[in-house]
Write a protein that binds this ligand. Structure first.
Ligand SMILES: O=C(O)CCC(=O)C(=O)O
Length: 289
């Protein structure tokens, strides 16, 4: 395991410290998720965590699943992230996120939709449970319970095409109405984002995490109220991830402002991901999208 403190000399903001692991070191992480959740580390990249997902790129791009894709940010110049599945986030078309009914309906469909995408054998959810448990000292990890019959959607599949980006934001979205369904035993002081790279872009598409927290006063915003990327780049410490297919990233997206730079080249950046938190007693992890 390598801890990489990020050099932020002369820069504003909170310190950044990234951990890099090989998949073979996964089981030796007694407290890593807790360290990220409690802001002692900013994030982790696990190299080659699920290499079999690289083969899923062709299936995700297949015309047979073309009708499963949605454009929740349609109309946002340069920010048209395409997704399969529903996410509990504000989007350009749903500024207050999905309603609990819309989200619950999507959760009921999730397993059948993802079997169409990945086939019956890959079983992403079982593999993700195992990865998060390994990163958390063997404590259990599973999708959060939504109501008596269903869990939250475990993940969405995401495609960022050439020229598209994810603008700077943080993900502490517990104020959305749908989060009334998140069990009260779960800790809302922060929120972690996680994703697996299925297909890296030819260029760009770099997840860039800044030393600025969403809770800091004096956020550098533009008149449009979007965060000012030039100011972020000029003033704050940052870390940009270099990711390959099969790598897993988990980071403190509830606190840290982050973005994905515009994708260049011919093919899309394909990922599968969601959010995660710990229970307040630190007995396990729960995730959703
Ligand atoms: O795809 C990524 O690199 C990160 C997406 C994102 O903004 C998030 O998961 O919070």
């Amino acid at each position: 395991m390598q801890i990489k403190p990020v050099d932020t000399t002369g820069r504003e903001g909170h310190p950044l410290s990234m951990v890099e692991l090989d998949a073979a070191e996964l089981d030796a992480q007694p407290e890593l998720l807790i360290d990220i959740f409690e802001a002692r580390q900013t994030g982790v990249v696990v190299r080659g965590a699920l290499p079999e997902f690289a083969e899923a790129a062709a299936r995700i791009s297949d015309a047979a699943v073309a009708d499963l894709w949605a454009s929740p940010n349609q109309g946002m110049p340069g920010g048209d992230l395409k997704v399969i599945g529903e996410a509990a986030t504000p989007t350009f078309t749903k500024l207050r996120g999905p309603t609990a009914e819309q989200y619950g309906d999507a959760s009921r469909r999730h397993a059948a939709v993802m079997t169409k995408v990945f086939g019956a054998d890959l079983e992403p959810t079982a593999r993700i449970n195992h990865l998060f448990s390994a990163l958390n000292g063997g404590r259990p990890a599973a999708p959060a319970r939504f109501d008596a019959d269903i869990s939250w959607n475990p993940y969405t599949v995401r495609a960022l095409g050439p020229g598209q980006q994810i603008y700077a934001h943080h993900d502490l979205h517990y104020w959305l109405a749908v989060y009334d369904r998140l069990p009260e035993t779960l800790d809302r002081t922060s929120l972690l984002s996680w994703f697996l790279t299925v297909q890296a872009p030819e260029g760009g598409g770099a997840l860039t995490v800044y030393g600025l927290w969403g809770s800091d006063p004096d956020q550098p915003t533009l008149p449009s109220r979007f965060l000012d990327i030039e100011a972020l780049e000029a003033r704050f410490g940052k870390h940009a991830f270099d990711l390959r297919a099969g790598d897993l990233v988990v980071f403190d997206s509830g606190r840290h402002v982050h973005r994905v730079t515009p994708v260049t080249g011919d093919h899309p950046r394909l990922t599968l991901g969601g959010f995660m938190t710990l229970d307040t007693a630190r007995r396990g992890a729960a995730y959703w999208s």
